[in-house]
Structures are given as structure tokens and as C-alpha cells.
Design a protein around this ligand. Structure first.
Ligand SMILES: Cc1cc2nc3c(=O)[nH]c(=O)nc-3n(C[C@H](O)[C@H](O)[C@H](O)COP(=O)(O)O)c2cc1C
Ligand code: SF4
Ligand code: FES
Length: 601
């Protein structure tokens, strides 16, 4: 091992106290310094952290921001989600490839640049978008792509690509990004004046049980997608035996099309951190972790600064708000690029320095979570709501929205709309009303709740956004009349194929089967039996997959089938002679000849 690599491994491992549960941090840092985590570094990490070589290797292969093979000093990651495709991904990708002389997945011969595609980076309101190392570059065009490459060749400094700062805290000296918040509609619950200090002080004047009662009285349910009642979850963790307890904020925000947590973290970090502190107090946790997705690394220094200020103000650390025994502090855990890490048990594995494989349940994280201790994982928006409930009182919160779905919901709206951005709406609002707010015209389809949500057509636009009807974590991708919903569903299935952790066969195989089935339909080779097979595959996946990814990832296919049945029917035909239309006679004959003669493929 070269001396510099050896020294770096020693230094980086020592910086986390040679703690094996910080393996993700160690691997990230080595990757940042050397452009990869080479085999020699794996040996060094094995020696210094006491983690087996296969464990380190499999971790490096799991996360998309880590690699054993050298990457360029600058890695350009282009988001290739459906929304970016609508807005010119292909053209932009070609411009980058032409300028750099490499395809997607390539690295220039001088080791300066790598070009990759990636899933949603949380910038769907700025599509097409990309990350240049940690710097988001937004609203790309072919000209911009050429300019970016020329500039980078001149100074090799991604930060200098930012000429015009975005709004609000995007212009903060510790952020300095071109990203805009795009807050299009603020409501009275989350995107409003908050008194986060008073919220924490009020909690400190109450007992933990009273805080939980307030959250239950407000009827707060999780905003991360599943909608579990927050107070009940907290009670489970509070009651669970454990020498330590943990509160984790899930800022993984990987569901394609969602970006509202990005806006909350940029513009309202104090209320999210106050929510974490109050939640920690309620469940009896003294330690908090903010799990920040790798794609939002550009916010890290800013958030560290807010944490330092809160410590100095007495809102983190010992005896918070002068209450003896109210001790709580927060550390930031960076992700390393994996959608499945948004699933709470996968996220906990990632926090523990492991691959982000989801865990079997039970036990639930509230019983046995981070490092085996009772842990609550809450979404960023849920925690912002907690601060509001304490600040304004449960009644103010629950007056808004509907009986079953109290409060407001932040929606991240992107795609074919005049005004992409974040909207705070009361639960109970109809989709039609939301589409009008976002200035959408002739909308053909809306993917609501991200790829694992549902694709709906105009017949359903009078349905309401709430837990009992159109339940959503907040992503809303809108598609106009020229888009093909089946092609969009296919792209979402490709996403799930890439993002499945591969642990269970139904998910690993099922996503590919469904994607290939849609390929057949789109190529005009589909048969009615394929549509029946979609449902069978989905049933198996739902019943036998281990985590929420495989239990819902077939939704783009099934919901598109439900909402756009005539489109499928127009493409799918039974062969009058009862031959299988998908059967390729020529290819099969060639294959049979190859097998007979023992020839190469
Ligand atoms: C594949 C997958 C990805 C998820 N991604 C996120 C995410 O990015 N953010 C989030 O808050 N919840 C996500 N969830 C839901 C979490 O598992 C968990 O339910 C949530 O963080 C709980 O917080 P809440 O009760 O405040 O909603 C995901 C779930 C699955 C199955
Ligand atoms: S359902 Fe999919 S993502 Fe979840 S554990 Fe199984 S293979 Fe992994
Ligand atoms: S950043 Fe491209 S779809 Fe989200």
C-alpha cells in the first residue's frame, strides 16, 4: 500500500475512533480523497476497524457513490428519471458524452472526469439536473452541458460553476448553490412563521407523557409515506426497555419526484431539529441522528453550523431549555447513494456502517433499532409538524385538514406544469384543485406518491389527498397529453430493478419481469395473458417481499393498467392462430442452431 493511502486509512479510521459502525463514513472519506476505495484500502480498513474484508467490499459495491474502481476526479451524475427525460435528459447526456468523449459509465483517459446516470437527486423541480461531485447543477441544456465541461476543464472546481445563487438559504455562505426553493404555496402549519425555541421550551415544561399526548391529540401521522400515527409509535419506543434510545430523522428523500424535505432542510432547519429534540425528549432518547442522503451533501456544512448554533443557544446538549435531565444531541450521518436506505430498517443498517439491506420485522425499530436499542425513525416533515404542534397547540394543527388526516401535506410537484415546486395544502384537497394551483393544462396522468404510489388519469382527478384516499409521501409528477403512461411506468420499473437490494427473489426477479412485460407491450408484442401475468407477479411480490420496496414496486404497472386500460388494450392482441406473438421464430431458430453446433453467442 502506498504511504499516502496507508496514512489516510489510519487517519480516517482514527477520526471515527476506529469504530466499525462508522464504516460508511470511512469509505466515503477514502472515496473522496482517492476517487475509489481500492483493494489496499479495504485491507487497511479491515485491520484498523476490525471489519472483515468481504464486509467492506460488499458495502462498497452496495452504495452507488462508492466504488473499488477509480472514478474521475470529477464525477458528473445525471438524473435520468422520467421527469428529466421529459425535459431533455437524452440531449443533455449526449452533449456531456460528446464533450467528454465518454459514454455513460465511462471515465476519461486522464482520470479527470466520470459520467454516470443516477436516480432522482431531489431536483425534479429543476429538471434536467445533475450533481457535479457534490454541487447540484440545474435546468440543464445542451449549451449548458458544453459550458460546464469547458469551465471544469479550466478550473476543475465544481463550486465555481455556481454563478447565480438560488433563493433563501441557498445563498447562505455555507450552501452557495444555484438551487431554488420554489415554495409556491405556504400554508399555516409547516411553511409558516414558527417559534421553534418556544416549542422546545414548552416541551421542556411538560412531562414526556404529556408531549406524547399532545402529538396524539393533534392526530399527527407520519409524512414519510406509511402514515403511521406518530404518538403511538413514540409510546412503543418510550415503553421499550433499553439502556439507550435513539431518534433518527429520515432525510433520505429518495422517492423520485420528491424534494420537499430538501426545502425544509434548507429553509427551516431549526424547526426540523427542534422536532427531533422534542421527539427525543418524548421517547427518552438522548442521541439523535440526521440521516442525510448523499445527494444533499451540499447542505451538510450549513446544517452542521445550525447544530453548532443550537448547542451554543442551549437547545442541544445538556439540560436543554434549563430542564435538568433534558439532554439531547444530534449527529449527521451521510448516506452514500441507495434509494432503499429510505426504508427505515435499511437506514438503520446504513447508520451502523452496514449495507442498506432492510431487516426482517418484527422486531420493529421502536423495539430494537439502531445498535439494537429502541429507535424512532421519523420523516423530516413529520418532525417539522411536531415543532408546530408544540408551538401552536394540537387544536390549531388538527383544525386543518380532515377528520382522519389532520394538518397539511407538503407536495413536491414537477413535470408538465407551469409552476413546479413545493405546495402546502390541507388534507382533503382534490387533485384537480392541486393541478390548477400548479398551472397544469391538459393533464393526462399524474404519478402520485412517487413510483411506489399510483398513476392516475383524469377520471380520478376529483379524488382527495388524504390518508384514506390518495395517500402520498408528497411526490407528484404530472404528465401532459403527449406522454405515454406505459413508457413512464416502464421507466419507473427500471428504477426499481436498479434499486432493489436483491435480497429476496420476488423483488429481484419480479421488477425485471414486469419491466420486460411492459417492453413487450410497448413493442406491440404483448398478449392479453401478459396483463394477467402482471397481476400474478404483483400478488407474489406483495405477499412474499421482505420490505416495502418489493411490496409496492409493482404499483406503476398495476395502477397504469387500471387507469389506462384502453391504451393497453390497443397494444395487446391475441394472435388469431393462437401463436404466441412474443415468440421470435428467427431468434429461436438461430439459438437452436447455435446450441446444436456448440457455437458462441
Ligand atoms: C423503499 C422505501 C423507501 C423509503 N424512503 C423514505 C424516505 O426517503 N423518507 C422517509 O421519510 N420515509 C421513507 N420510507 C418510509 C420509512 O420506511 C418510514 O416509514 C418513515 O421514515 C417513517 O417516518 P414517519 O412515520 O414520520 O412517516 C421509505 C420506505 C420504503 C419501503
Ligand atoms: S423487497 Fe426488494 S428491496 Fe426489500 S429486501 Fe427484498 S429485495 Fe431488498
Ligand atoms: S432530480 Fe431528476 S427527477 Fe428528481
Amino acid at each position: 500500500m502506498s504511504t499516502s493511502l496507508e496514512n489516510a486509512v489510519v487517519e480516517v479510521c482514527a477520526s471515527v475512533g476506529n469504530d466499525p459502525s462508522r464504516l460508511v463514513d470511512v469509505a466515503r472519506e477514502i472515496q473522496a480523497r482517492f476517487g475509489c476505495v481500492p483493494g489496499e484500502a479495504v485491507d487497511g480498513i479491515h485491520r484498523h476497524l476490525g471489519v472483515s474484508r468481504p464486509t467492506v467490499r460488499s458495502l462498497v459495491s452496495f452504495y452507488s457513490f462508492l466504488s473499488e474502481e477509480p472514478k474521475g476526479r470529477i464525477v458528473i451524475r445525471l438524473c435520468d428519471d422520467p421527469v428529466d427525460r421529459l425535459f431533455g435528459y437524452e440531449r443533455v447526456q449526449k452533449a456531456f458524452s460528446d464533450e467528454l468523449g465518454i459514454p455513460i459509465g465511462g471515465t476519461t483517459a486522464d482520470g479527470a472526469f466520470s459520467l454516470e446516470r443516477t436516480a432522482c437527486i431531489g431536483m425534479s423541480d429543476h429538471a434536467p439536473a445533475a450533481l457535479v461531485n457534490e454541487t447540484p447543477v440545474t435546468e440543464l441544456s445542451t449549451d449548458k452541458a458544453r459550458e460546464i465541461v469547458a469551465e471544469l476543464r479550466a478550473h476543475m472546481s465544481p463550486e465555481r460553476l455556481v454563478k447565480k445563487l438560488g433563493d433563501g438559504n441557498n445563498g447562505h455562505p455555507l450552501v452557495r448553490s444555484m438551487v431554488k426553493n420554489h415554495i409556491r404555496k405556504a400554508g399555516p402549519i409547516v411553511l409558516t412563521e414558527h417559534r421553534h425555541r418556544e416549542a422546545t421550551q414548552k416541551a421542556a415544561a411538560m412531562s414526556p407523557a404529556e408531549v406524547i399526548r399532545a402529538v396524539k391529540a393533534a392526530r399527527l401521522r407520519g409524512r414519510g409515506g406509511a402514515g403511521f400515527p406518530t404518538g403511538i409509535k413514540w409510546e412503543m419506543a418510550r415503553a421499550a426497555p433499553g439502556a439507550r434510545k435513539f431518534l433518527v430523522c429520515n432525510a433520505d428523500e429518495g422517492e423520485p419526484g420528491t424534494f420537499k424535505d430538501r426545502v425544509l432542510l434548507t429553509e427551516f432547519p431549526d424547526r426540523v431539529l427542534a422536532g427531533m429534540t422534542i421527539a427525543g425528549y418524548a421517547i427518552g432518547a438522548k442521541e439523535g441522528i440526521l440521516y442525510l442522503r448523499a445527494e444533499y451533501a451540499y447542505l451538510r456544512r450549513f446544517l452542521e453550523d445550525v447544530l453548532a448554533r443550537r448547542r451554543a443557544e442551549g437547545f442541544l446538549g445538556k439540560s436543554i431549555a434549563a430542564r435538568h435531565s433534558f439532554d439531547f444531541d444530534i449527529r449527521i450521518q451521510m448516506g452514500a447513494g441507495a434509494y432503499v436506505c429510505g426504508e427505515e430498517s435499511a437506514l438503520l443498517n446504513s447508520c451502523e456502517g452496514l449495507r442498506g439491506d432492510p431487516r426482517n420485522r418484527p422486531p420493529f425499530p421502536a423495539q430494537k433499532g439502531y445498535l439494537g436499542f429502541p429507535t424512532i425513525v421519523n420523516n423530516v416533515e413529520t418532525l417539522a409538524c411536531v415543532a408546530r404542534i408544540l408551538d401552536a397547540g394540537p387544536a390549531t394543527f388538527s383544525e386543518y385538514g380532515t377528520k382522519q388526516s389532520a394538518g397539511s401535506k407538503l407536495l413536491s410537484i414537477s413535470g408538465d406544469v407551469g409552476m413546479a415546486g413545493v405546495y402546502e395544502v390541507p388534507f382533503g384537497v382534490t387533485l384537480r384543485e392541486v393541478l390548477a394551483l400548479a398551472d397544469s393544462r391538459e393533464t393526462q396522468a399524474v404519478q402520485i406518491g412517487g413510483p411506489s404510489g399510483r398513476m392516475i388519469g383524469p377520471a380520478d382527478f376529483d379524488r382527495t389527498i388524504c390518508y384514506d384516499d390518495l395517500s402520498t409521501g408528497g411526490a407528484m409528477a404530472v404528465f401532459g397529453p403527449d406522454r405515454n403512461p406505459i413508457e413512464i411506468a416502464r421507466l419507473y420499473m427500471e428504477f426499481f430493478e436498479d434499486e432493489s437490494c436483491g435480497y429476496c427473489t420476488p423483488c429481484r426477479v419480479g421488477n425485471g419481469l414486469l419491466r420486460r412485460g411492459l417492453d413487450k407491450v410497448l413493442a406491440g408484442r404483448g398478449e392479453p395473458s401478459d396483463l394477467v401475468q402482471f397481476e400474478e407477479v404483483a400478488r407474489t411480490m406483495k405477499a412474499t417481499s421482505r420490505c416495502g420496496l418489493g411490496q409496492t414496486s409493482f404499483n406503476p404497472v398495476l395502477t397504469t393498467l387500471t387507469s389506462f386500460r384502453p391504451l393497453f388494450d390497443s397494444l395487446v392482441k391475441e394472435d388469431p392462430k393462437k401463436f404466441r406473438r412474443s415468440f421470435d421464430l428467427e431468434a429461436s431458430t438461430r439459438e437452436a442452431a447455435r446450441i446444436r453446433t456448440g457455437g458462441a453467442r
